[in-house]
Design a protein around this ligand. Structure first.
Ligand SMILES: O=c1ccn([C@H]2C[C@H](O)[C@@H](CO)O2)c(=O)[nH]1
Ligand SMILES: [Zn+2]
Length: 132
């Protein structure tokens, strides 16, 4: 799938954000190796800290449906610069996606920062560090 199409999917996902507190809508679109797209939006809570970000929503939806092979992720918000994922999402992305996978960080003005999982969290704590 083309980058621009995946970004448009993320914009669609963003419209479904549940953000009564921050009013800051974020959307994500996660492409699987076999061409399926999982949408994610941020979902807030009156107990603020249990909010789930758009990126983790998309990843958790995919894994819970049995998908675990991913080829790209797009994220969008109404930010001046392409929206940077938070630290928690970087950790989860790095656990579940290949390190060389493309991540498209975007905003509503159409700026796109093309990065990779490894660049988002270099030296991430990973399953191999558990010494099992
Ligand atoms: O990359 C990001 C950054 C922030 N948020 C959400 C969390 C919260 O609902 C709101 C403000 O931080 O934006 C995301 O979903 N993804
Ligand atoms: Zn996050």
């Amino acid at each position: 799938m083309e980058k621009d199409k995946l970004v448009r999917e993320a914009v669609t996902a963003r419209d479904r954000a549940y953000v009564p507190y921050s009013k800051f809508q974020v959307g994500a679109a996660l492409l699987t190796k076999d061409g399926k797209v999982y949408h994610g939006c941020n979902i807030e809570n009156a107990a603020y800290s249990v909010t789930n970000c758009a990126e983790r929503t998309a990843l958790f939806k995919a894994v819970s449906e049995g998908d675990k092979e991913f080829s790209a992720l797009a994220v969008v918000a109404d930010t001046k610069r392409p929206v940077p994922p938070c630290g928690a999402c970087r950790q989860v992305i790095s656990e579940l996606c290949p390190s060389d996978m493309k991540v498209y960080l975007t905003n509503l003005q159409g700026d796109i920062l093309e990065t990779t999982v490894e660049e988002l969290l270099p030296g991430a704590f990973s399953p191999g560090d558990l010494n099992e």
